[in-house]
Design a protein around this ligand. Structure first.
Ligand code: NAG
Ligand code: NAG
Length: 206
């Protein structure tokens, strides 16, 4: 198991074709940050899952947090810096029991996640499930703030994605995916198609 875990992480940290998309609205200051994706963006969701894909041990976290937080980094991740630049607090993981203050946004990213449901299935929160968590958050916001304020909040928020590397790794290694028999072009189209769908779902959610 330790070997598997290590192999996964050395892969995750390599620069594979990954995608950072910031879809947001015209010129307003950002009041909230909603974060999706894999290990580059996971700030601790996998800590709350039964999975071998975890970064909850040192030296992860040792330079900034002085402890392992679940981030696959010794320090902060890009969403942490973006939150800082936007003068927001660190955006907590969705699965954390301490995520009660979610009017600044939430982080749904899960190390190992892909745009395709089949990628690392059962070991991570795939993009579709991340979107369903986002929809739960919207419902909670509707109750907490009212629908009009929620609409404003969501339309001015910043949405970050970093996903795709695990889809391509699993395809390239023909492991841990139930979709190994596609042609490359077809597979890439499915990855991009599912990511595009996700962005559209978010775009239509306010
Ligand atoms: C460090 O992290 C471990 C595991 O997540 C936790 O059990 C421990 O309480 C943490 N220590 C501090 C000082 O936060
Ligand atoms: C999304 O991925 C699934 C496989 O998980 C695939 O069957 C489907 O065609 C993809 N959707 C798009 C729009 O490409």
């Amino acid at each position: 198991m330790a070997d598997l875990r290590f192999t996964n992480f050395s892969f995750f940290l390599v620069l594979f074709a990954s995608l950072l998309v910031a879809a947001s609205c015209r010129g307003h200051s950002r009041n909230a940050l909603f974060i999706f994706g894999g290990s580059w963006n996971d700030v601790g969701n996998n800590n709350y899952m039964e999975t071998a894909i975890k970064a909850n041990f040192l030296p992860y976290g040792e330079t900034f947090f002085k402890n392992a937080t679940g981030r696959a980094s010794n320090g902060r991740l890009v969403p942490d810096f973006i939150a800082g630049f936007a003068k927001l607090p660190l955006i907590p993981p969705y699965l954390s029991p301490d995520n009660n203050e979610f009017t600044n946004g939430l982080n749904y990213a899960s190390a190992g996640a892909g745009a395709l449901t089949e990628t690392n299935v059962g070991m991570t929160i795939g993009l579709k499930t991340q979107l369903s968590f986002f929809k739960f958050t919207k419902k909670h916001l509707d109750v907490k703030l009212g629908e009009a304020k929620t609409k404003t909040l969501l339309s001015r928020a910043l949405y970050m994605f970093s996903i795709g590397s695990s889809d391509y790794i699993t395809f390239a290694t023909h492991k841990k995916t139930e979709l190994p028999s596609y042609a490359r072009e077809e597979y890439v189209k499915m990855v991009i198609g599912n990511l595009t769908d996700a962005i559209q779902v978010i775009n239509m959610s306010w």
